[in-house]
Write a protein that binds this ligand. Structure first.
Ligand code: ZN
Length: 331
């Protein structure tokens, strides 16, 4: 394995889309697709010279088709946890959009429970801790997104850990979601928001003002030194996903990729995979890229591991366990 040197260095993945991380074996079984695994793997992965985010998003068609039954949601979570475990992860937060799993009549609570069951089975089988983040979608109407908030409350802290907002950031900016996050804040539901992935520093500012505990990607933040200072002082986490960012052309120049700068300034930056299958990545591959092109050194691993624990949505008890694992790992 070419990335083996980087295995077991970063132990947490806070930004991983369930539907972008399935194995072709799972998809074949879940959808009954008769095509062979090589073809399915190709359909699930974006090319390295992916022309746009739109091309990237077509890779989610088959996974969405798979996620329409409770059994498939549970086994899908287990599939990705198996892969994350093999990649050395001790804790992962998996996210997906529950509203996209209702085409065959599942209710939102049924979807949450099926995902939580997968998460528990993953711990029993692989010893990997996990939590589920629910994504509201930018192109869905307000009432669909509000329904997630209304139904998730009882599950928060019991397998579901937070709300997210995903989808096309340039077409549907954060200001359109002010009411959603006002309500999430009033309900005390923690959230992260994909913001500043495709250039908008204004979306990062709004996410902070809404009360986001973390920012998904957040690379546009590099444009605004005073906002960086605010994000640092408020101890807001930054979920960077380098392989995905270069693949979608969200960033094109290795030398100026913001991870190095964020770490040097003491921001709570973390490194994550985004979509393990769509981007054909793993934490080992992220670190291989980070070390060869982004000036990330071994000394940064401990910082990034600790940042991830601090900004994770795990409860204090689990955070404590994860810190112990990190400390014994780095000796
Ligand atoms: Zn993402």
């Amino acid at each position: 394995m070419e990335h083996n040197d980087f295995k077991n260095k970063i132990l947490l993945d806070l930004h991983c889309h369930l539907d972008g991380s399935f194995s072709p074996e799972f998809i074949k079984k879940a959808t009954g697709d008769s095509r062979d695994l090589t073809i399915l793997n190709k359909l699930l992965s974006a090319p390295d010279n992916c022309s746009s985010l739109t091309e990237y998003l077509t890779c989610f068609d088959l996974p969405i088709k798979a996620l329409q039954t409770k059994e498939n949601i549970t086994s899908g979570v287990l599939d990705v946890l198996s892969k994350a475990h093999n990649d050395g992860m001790k804790y992962i937060e998996l996210r997906f959009a529950p509203s996209c799993s209702m085409e065959e009549g599942l209710s939102l609570p049924e979807i949450y429970e099926a995902a939580i069951t997968g998460s528990k089975l993953g711990f029993e089988k692989y010893g990997i801790y996990s939590n589920i983040i629910l994504c509201a979608m930018r192109h869905h109407d307000t009432s669909t997104n509000m329904k997630i908030l209304d139904t998730m409350y009882d599950y928060v802290g019991h397998g579901i850990c937070a709300l997210d907002l995903a989808g096309d950031e340039s077409m549907f900016p954060n200001q359109d979601f002010t009411d959603l996050f006002k309500k999430a804040k009033a309900m005390n539901i923690p959230f992260t928001i994909h913001s500043g992935e495709c250039g908008s520093v204004e979306n990062v500012r709004l996410a902070m003002e809404f009360g986001a505990r973390r920012i998904g990607h957040g690379i546009a933040l590099i444009k605004d030194a005073s906002l960086m200072e605010d994000i640092k002082n408020m101890r807001i986490g930054l979920e960077l996903c380098p392989v995905s960012n270069f693949q979608t052309k969200a960033w094109t120049d290795y030398a100026t990729y913001p991870l190095r700068n964020f770490l040097d300034k003491g921001l709570l930056a973390t490194i994550n995979t985004d979509n393990r299958t769509v981007s054909q990545t793993s934490m080992a591959r992220e670190l291989s890229l980070a070390s060869s092109k982004l000036n990330i050194t071994k000394r940064d691993y401990l910082t990034m591991n600790k940042n991830s624990v601090e900004v994770s949505f795990a409860d204090d008890n689990l955070k404590h366990k994860l810190l112990n694992i990190i400390e014994s790992n780095s000796i």
